[in-house]
Design a protein around this ligand. Structure first.
Ligand SMILES: [Zn+2]
Ligand SMILES: [Zn+2]
Length: 263
């Protein structure tokens, strides 16, 4: 049961985001069918009208749509939820997989006013072709941001993370003078996390071909952002090193203490 927040005053509006992103209020992990759920798939807003809570749902231009009682809802305006409806994400209540086989949508919920979303449907009816891909998807998931790993970096314990996620984690621990430990298994490590391009390659070969174009673009953006962050970090580190060695040079020391440098 996912409790939706209620609204106590007329000027207020409370939003809940449902999606794959860690920033979602209700996160739908992609265990059943990869990329069925978009990062910020849909939003449910609670507002107060005539002294009672009114809930509206909009689809955030998700790849596979949001459905209320099997009707695809629009991205603009959305629709009001009256209560006791089945809301499904990524498809209607019964979906069809790539092989044309029917399966129960694992992301369907009964909406109950003032209570929230109660999961319905049998999750054991996962699509048939998922056993091996599910395993790969789990290996390729970063346990910091819970999204697919981009610009992979590995620790000695063999856990992989996005470059940006793990370097941020590493720097935060270092800045606090704390020992560095793996965010997944807590094993201590000493050296900096190392890039693992073979994991990126594995992703490209196994998951990328199944990805819708929109997801692929959003992944490209994440890769570019991670590489930019890593380059900026490297530059900063190099500047610090240069400054430190410059400050140690006899010329600079002499300059600072006001002595003439020997000819
Ligand atoms: Zn990450
Ligand atoms: Zn680990």
């Amino acid at each position: 049961m996912f409790q939706l927040p209620t609204c106590d005053d007329d000027a207020q509006e409370v939003q809940s985001i449902i999606g794959r992103s860690v920033a979602s209020n209700l996160r739908l992990p992609e265990r059943h069918k990869p990329f069925m759920i978009s990062r910020k798939h849909a939003t449910i807003t609670c507002l107060r009208a005539n002294g009672r809570n009114v809930y509206t749902i909009v689809d955030n231009e998700s790849t596979n749509g949001t459905f209320v009682e099997d009707v695809n809802i629009p991205s603009v305006g959305g629709r009001v939820l009256a209560g006791d409806e089945i809301v499904s994400f990524g498809g209607p209540r019964t979906c069809i997989d790539r092989d044309g086989l029917k399966f129960d949508n694992p992301y369907q919920f009964r909406f109950i006013i003032s209570r929230g979303l109660a999961q319905v449907g049998s999750t054991s009816d996962a699509p048939v072709n998922c056993a091996s891909t599910r395993c790969i998807d789990e290996i390729l998931q970063c346990s910091v941001c819970h999204d697919a790993v981009v610009d992979a970096h590995v620790l000695p314990c063999s856990h992989n993370f996005c470059g940006e996620c793990i370097l941020k984690w590493h720097d935060t621990l270092k800045n606090k003078n704390q020992g560095t430990t793996c965010p997944n298994c807590r094993a201590p490590y000493a050296a900096e996390p190392t890039p693992n391009p073979s994991l990126d390659k594995l992703y490209e070969l196994t998951v990328q071909p199944r990805m819708p174009l929109r997801e692929r673009r959003s992944r490209d953006d994440r890769v570019a952002k991670s590489v930019r962050a890593r380059n900026a970090r490297d530059k900063k580190k190099m500047c610090k090193r240069l400054l430190r060695s410059a400050l140690m040079s006899p010329d600079i020391v002499n300059l600072l203490v006001g002595r003439q440098a020997p000819a």
